[in-house]
Design a protein around this ligand. Structure first.
Ligand code: DGP
Length: 117
């Protein structure tokens, strides 16, 4: 997708703080972090939402996400972490290229998510 900002990051046309790369996925720093170490994990290929990512990619996505999360913990960026995925506009998706938010958490950091009212 030529106009997709995340596809441009994958292509190296827009700089991003790349943290990890696998065959199908890439992790980079979110430009508007809600916490230090906030990372986005995206498929290199353009898919709109979770529903579009092939089932057969699931194991690699899980392994990749766990590796990035472990490295955030190892770097002491958090003592816990949230994995958040906004799918489609009503759920808050702004960039229409599927992505997971990996957000390091610390006690008392004041962040709240919709699963906790
Ligand atoms: P969402 O609302 O789930 O679609 O979140 C999109 C996220 O993408 C948001 O936290 C900011 C981030 N973002 C948007 N444009 C860029 C960019 O050009 N570079 C980087 N690194 N992050 C971006």
């Amino acid at each position: 997708m030529s106009e997709c900002i995340f596809c441009k990051i994958v292509a190296g046309e827009i700089p991003a703080g790349v943290i990890r790369v696998s065959d199908r996925f890439i992790a980079f720093a979110d430009v508007k972090p809600v916490a230090p170490g906030h990372v986005l994990i995206i498929p290199k290929q353009h898919f709109g939402t979770l529903l579009d990512i092939p089932d057969s990619w699931g194991a690699e996505l899980l392994t990749f996400t766990k590796a990035v999360a472990s490295s955030l913990l190892d770097k002491k960026l958090g003592d816990g972490f949230n994995v958040v995925m906004n799918n489609l506009e009503p759920a808050g998706q702004v960039v229409p290229h599927a992505h997971l938010h990996l957000i390091p958490r610390k006690d008392g950091d004041g962040l709240r998510f919709v699963t906790k009212v």
